[in-house]
Write a protein that binds this ligand. Structure first.
Ligand SMILES: [Fe+2]
Length: 413
């Protein structure tokens, strides 16, 4: 792993463990025991001690006649305690953040009447009705929200008070000071309307959630949104609007549910999907660490996967993305406002000089590049050394393809 310079923010992202001792207990125990061994090794080998642990839903498998959901949650909590205690020092419980998933719903408490009513809501008016339902927290909401009673009670029993500021809706906005950075964490509830067999595009979030959590986390250095489902599982009425707003309001969006570790970027936003910690030992299991260096506008995700043939965890390399040690670099100059300001001012000056009309897109930041003079030709990356501004490394900015970029300039920031 690359050595870091300056303060870091590190988190561990786990998801979708689907505990069901009566069904898959022995198999899950094998995979998850080796996961805890891998965490110990990651700390020993790479110094990875998480400041925060995120679990993005599906702790339980779901109530079955021979496996009560209460027992599944108990097993899940034992697992999370084991994860916290794998590190030295132990990660405190108030640094662990969980959101509910569709498997955490007790479907015995869901009636077809509720589902039909939710599915009948349509268009902007329907989305507004759902938002008000959640905001007002009256009888109908409380009736629907009963399906997450077991999840709520489990958090209460195990002392996760910081996740229960709003026990009726099971959402939270919490701040934690990590290495001098005020980090805002928003726990969303995307599971409250779950109960169907196939429900991609059928779930409601409730705009109220987004507005409430977003406004509670203003002034943070950066904000992390935790959801179980990715946005495309929401109703189209919400997906199109809320996806954009999540990208604009949160620098990071972490989710689970799709059982595939992945990272992608929008403007000033990174979305990180988690693999499933456990589904069955024959299916790919995964988890990830993220280490940020906010002052340098960079970071990396380390994806891990369970290797069933060897019975242990290994780096999950992805061709063209994470080719060494499962290390997926993240370039985020916007994490450091001072760095971002300098780059923007520089680009602006360059445009002024060259009478260009379109903005370039920030393509990547390289912390390892030497400090060459800045040279920009037609469609070439622009390399901006930052040593003159007191920052280390350099920025590379790629002009957008197809525009009339005809500038050639040499200089330093
Ligand atoms: Fe799920």
């Amino acid at each position: 792993m690359r050595s870091t310079v300056g303060p870091t923010v590190t988190w561990l992202h786990l998801s979708d463990v689907h505990f069901c001792p009566e069904k898959t207990g022995w198999d899950a125990a094998r995979v998850l025991r080796s996961l805890r061994r891998d965490l110990v090794e990651m700390q020993d080998r790479h110094g990875l001690h998480p400041d925060l642990i995120f679990f993005t839903g599906d702790l339980a498998f779901g109530h079955l006649p021979d496996s009560a959901i209460e027992g599944q949650f108990e097993e899940g909590m034992r697992f999370l305690d084991g994860v916290r205690k794998s590190f030295r020092p132990t990660v405190k419980r108030d640094r662990v953040f969980i959101v509910p998933g569709n498997h955490d719903v007790n479907r015995r408490l869901v009636s077809s009447m509720e589902t039909e009513w939710l599915d009948r809501q349509e268009s902007t008016a329907g989305a507004e009705t759902i938002s008000l339902l959640m905001r007002d927290n009256q009888r109908v909401w409380r009736f629907i929200a009963e399906r997450l009673n077991d999840y709520r009670q489990c958090l209460e029993r195990h002392g996760y008070r910081h996740l229960l500021a709003d026990p009726a809706r099971l959402v939270y906005a919490v701040r934690r000071n990590i290495s001098g950075f005020q980090v805002g964490i928003a726990g969303f509830n995307t599971a409250w309307s779950c109960c169907r067999e196939k429900e991609k595009g059928s779930l409601w979030l409730g705009r109220w959630q987004l507005e409430t959590l977003r406004s509670a986390l203003e002034e943070c250095a950066f904000r992390i949104a935790l959801t179980h489902h990715p946005c495309n599982w929401l109703r189209p009425e919400e997906d199109t609007v809320l996806r954009r707003e999540v990208e604009q309001s949160f620098e990071f969006h972490l989710h689970g549910h799709e059982h595939l570790g992945w990272a992608d970027r929008a403007d000033r936003h990174v979305r990180i999907a988690a693999g499933a910690c456990y589904e069955h030992s024959t299916m790919e299991a995964g988890y990830s660490f993220v280490r940020l260096e906010p002052s340098h506008g960079r970071g990396e995700v380390l994806f891990r996967r369970y290797d069933a043939t060897g019975g242990g965890w290994v780096a999950r390399n992805v061709h063209g993305k994470a080719e060494q040690d499962g290390r997926w670099p993240l370039k985020m100059p916007w994490l450091n406002p001072r760095l971002q300001q300098k780059v923007e001012a520089f680009i602006e000056a360059m445009y002024r000089d060259e009478e260009l009309t379109q903005e370039p897109s920030f393509a990547r930041v390289s912390g390892d590049a030497p400090s060459p003079p800045l040279v920009a030709g037609h469609n070439d990356p622009i390399v901006i050394p930052l040593s003159a501004s007191g920052d280390q490394g350099s920025l590379q900015v790629e002009p957008k393809r197809g525009r009339r970029s005809r500038f050639r300039k040499t200089g330093t920031v």
